[in-house]
Design a protein around this ligand. Structure first.
Ligand SMILES: C[C@@H](O)CC(=O)SCCNC(=O)CCNC(=O)[C@H](O)C(C)(C)COP(=O)(O)OP(=O)(O)OC[C@H]1O[C@@H](n2cnc3c(N)ncnc32)[C@H](O)[C@@H]1OP(=O)(O)O
Length: 707
């Protein structure tokens, strides 16, 4: 079998241990490495000519991406998972206890077990490359650092900083890593090995160890004061996770026990907690998201089609969406974009949107002002169709008016190239209807972003009947360059995400009209695992937007989409939500005590609010509507697979990731149980709860989506 590790000796006594997993783009830690690495460490111990050891990656742009998640996924018992962690502890302890200095030379991703490997070394040097990131993202997989990270990290950078890293999974950039003492030096990539060798020759102790701040020193010096930190961290975790994610509390416990009872006890607790998490349903769901998104990256979106290059883009409409689309095009895709709007105000909105985001990057020292200015220079504006002949893609982001979009299709075909893609950001109009105005309909596609564009990872790429495969593949590639996760969906009112969201929101509206309080509805769905509740979401998206989409969905998809008539009173009362400071909640000066329901909304709707039903029941009635419609979308081939449906719901509307998405959640409930629940609600509340045929068939056949 090809070796992963190679030990080379230098005349100056410094040995270089290169890790290069054969056939993999990234180094990951695998259990089978154990014997190989132990043999090498024994060799190093016995060879007195070796005065120092540098560990470096053989990959061009990554160090180690962590333990092999596939290996973790293959664990079938807590005992097996615990053994993996304990094996890591043995190797890393052996490394740490070497008498000679050991230096980790880091370039590129140094994550999870990769950082834990580096932490077991005596010193660390990293490059200043933008690909170099250090972190412990295990919590995002429902896990915890199981290779000694919960013990070594707090001892190196302090409890508060270590907890922040482990509870968020954030990636630390080189400069910050140096400043916080995570690394002992930062150098250009060209001299990484040289710098590591130099460091190894200096011995085990770092020359410029970062000293803890006085506050941290006081807070972290005794078990009593540390308990204050742990209690505070626990409260913050609970307020964010609502008890839906077990990993954070276990991370805190590992750190607490390790600091109070010593490293050995800490490692024991870490191995036990790690193993329980590996076998947890939450981690299984979160790992499935990693595998799904990694698999999707390899797909072009259209079998056999190769994407064309996008060297220039145009955005029509400088509003909130147009500004966001233009911004991610320049800052993420690094593609020049020309923004066209009918007014100078619209153009300045788009520029201001992009500049504000870049200014944040400068403030956070993620970029220099020069980089900001260079990226801003990629965005130009016009009120005419000038300088767009060479645009490879045009994204329209104007209001939902079919005739206007038809005019834009004609304009673009007249003013741009014959291969220019016309991508509509419409959230509801069928793409086929927009394409009716095109003489080259094969170039017309939907590219539906979610607001705020710079934050929401999902885009829906909507192909109509004659959209060409090249257009699909090119649009998918363009979205990926913008940092998006695209799912290709078929044409139909509301596409996928807005369609499943609409029924969920309508059910929340029904609850409201039955007397559930606004804040109770939101609390129920946040407790279930959504980032915000349905009433908050409606205020954010815009009550008027929801009112505009509902009739389109009802006309195309049927009566189950009809929104409660009483909601027309909200628009009659000029309640659009946050955008005009009047919705379900108070905004601006009226919101004296923070987030506060506008109680007058009950009068507008003609209801008496106050009966707080069981929050699980409140959530269930809304969620089963979303689940049922997701199955219908699969049945009608709006989405190509349960995988796309899960990713679309999680990345598009924040469906609880620890449930793995609608389809994984249905599998965990059991199709038969969901059918029974829907039929029970159908008998109580009517046909809108009628189970999808595919769901009934699966229930009858005892099938699941991911069997
Ligand atoms: C012992 C404990 O502490 C447990 C752990 O360490 S758990 C693992 C912790 N690490 C992570 O969560 C990192 C996961 N990986 C990533 O976030 C990204 O891959 C990256 C930021 C490292 C790189 O991103 P990108 O440049 O976009 O590359 P890809 O995501 O496409 O990945 C390239 C290929 O590498 C495979 N891969 C990456 N990390 C892992 C991993 N930890 N386990 C297994 N495989 C991994 C990925 O699947 C891609 O494989 P392909 O065959 O090339 O598609």
């Amino acid at each position: 079998m090809e070796k992963t590790f190679e030990l080379t000796r230098r005349e100056d006594g410094i040995a270089i241990l290169t890790m290069d997993v054969p056939g993999e783009t990234m180094n990951t830690l695998k259990a089978e490495f154990g014997p190989e690495i132990s043999e090498i460490l024994s060799e190093v111990k016995q060879d007195t000519s070796i005065k120092g050891l540098v560990i470096i990656s053989g990959k061009s742009d990554s160090f180690v991406a962590g333990a092999d998640i596939t290996m973790l996924d293959a664990c079938t018992s807590v005992e097996a998972a615990k053994e993996l962690s304990q094996q890591g502890h043995v190797v890393f302890n052996e490394l740490e206890n070497l008498k000679i200095p050991v230096v980790a030379a880091i370039n590129g991703a140094c994550l999870g077990g990769g950082l834990e490997l580096a932490l077991a070394c005596h010193l660390r040097v990293c490059t200043d490359d933008k690909k170099t990131v250090l972190g412990v993202p295990e919590v995002q997989l429902g896990l915890l650092p199981g290779g000694g990270g919960t013990q070594r990290l707090p001892r190196l950078v302090g409890v508060t900083t270590a907890l922040d890293m482990m509870l968020t999974g954030k990636q630390i950039r080189p400069k910050k890593a140096l400043k916080m003492g995570l690394v002992d030096d930062m150098v250009p990539g060209s001299i990484l090995l040289e710098a590591a060798i130099k460091l190894a020759k200096k011995g085990k102790k770092a020359a410029n160890k970062v000293k803890p701040t006085l506050v941290n020193k006081v807070l972290e010096s005794t078990s009593f004061t540390r308990d204050v930190v742990f209690k505070q961290a626990g409260k913050q975790v609970e307020s964010k996770t609502h008890g839906n994610y077990p990993a954070p509390a276990k991370i805190i416990d590992c750190v607490r026990q390790g600091l109070n009872k010593g490293l050995t006890k800490g490692l024991e607790v870490e191995a036990s907690h790690f193993a329980e998490l590996v076998m947890s349903k939450e981690s299984e769901a979160l790992r499935s998201i990693f595998f799904a998104t990694t698999e999707m990256k390899k797909e072009t979106g259209a079998e056999g089609a190769e994407p064309r290059d996008i060297n220039k883009a145009m955005v029509l409409g400088g509003g909130l969406m147009g500004g966001g689309i233009a911004s991610v095009t320049t800052t993420k895709a690094k593609v020049p974009v020309r923004v066209k709007d009918i007014s100078e105000q619209g153009l300045s909105n788009a520029l201001a949107y992009a500049y504000k985001l870049l200014a944040k990057g400068v403030k956070r020292r993620h970029m220099t002002p020069a980089v900001r200015d260079n990226l801003m220079a990629l965005m130009t504006t016009t009120t005419e169709y000038k300088g767009v002949k060479d645009a490879d893609i045009v994204v329209e982001a104007v209001f939902e008016d079919l005739s206007l979009k038809h005019q834009m299709v004609k304009d673009v075909e007249r003013e741009c190239g014959e291969n220019t893609i016309f991508a509509s950001n419409t959230s509801s109009l069928p793409i086929g209807q927009i394409a009716q105005a095109a003489s080259r309909p094969e170039n017309v596609i939907g590219l539906h972003y979610f607001s705020p564009v710079e934050k929401m990872p999902l885009v829906e790429v909507i192909a109509h009947k004659t959209t060409s495969p090249e257009t699909i593949a090119t649009t998918v590639a363009f979205a990926r360059k913008q940092g998006k996760t695209p799912i290709v969906v078929q044409d139909g009112a509301g596409f996928y995400v807005n369609r499943i969201l609409a029924l969920y929101m309508n059910e929340a509206a029904q609850w409201l009209l039955e007397g559930q309080r606004v804040e109770h509805l939101d609390k129920a769905l946040v407790k279930f695992g959504f980032p915000v509740g349905p009433m908050t979401l409606l205020d954010e998206v815009g009550i008027d937007v929801g009112a505009k989409i509902s009739p389109i969905l009802e006309k195309e998809l049927g009566e189950r989409f009809s929104a409660p008539q009483a909601f027309d009173q909200l628009l009659a009362d000029d309640r659009k939500g946050r955008k005009n400071g009047k919705g379900f909640y108070l905004y601006g000066a009226k919101a004296k005590k923070g987030k506060q329901v506008d109680e007058s909304v009950y009068g507008v709707l003609g209801i008496q609010a106050g009966s707080d039903k069981d929050i699980k029941q409140v959530a269930e009635r809304c969620v089963v509507q979303m689940l049922n419609e997701a199955v219908r979308c699969l049945e009608e081939k709006i989405i190509a697979s349960p995988r796309d449906g899960d990713i679309g719901a999680i990345f598009g509307i924040g469906f609880p990731p620890f449930l793995g998405g609608p389809f994984r959640y249905i599998d965990s409930l059991g199709a038969a149980n969901l059918v029974a629940t829907l039929e029970r609600y159908q008998s109580m509340y009517g046909e809108r709860f009628a189970p999808a045929q595919m769901l009934k068939d699966m229930a009858a056949e005892g099938k699941s989506f991911y069997s």
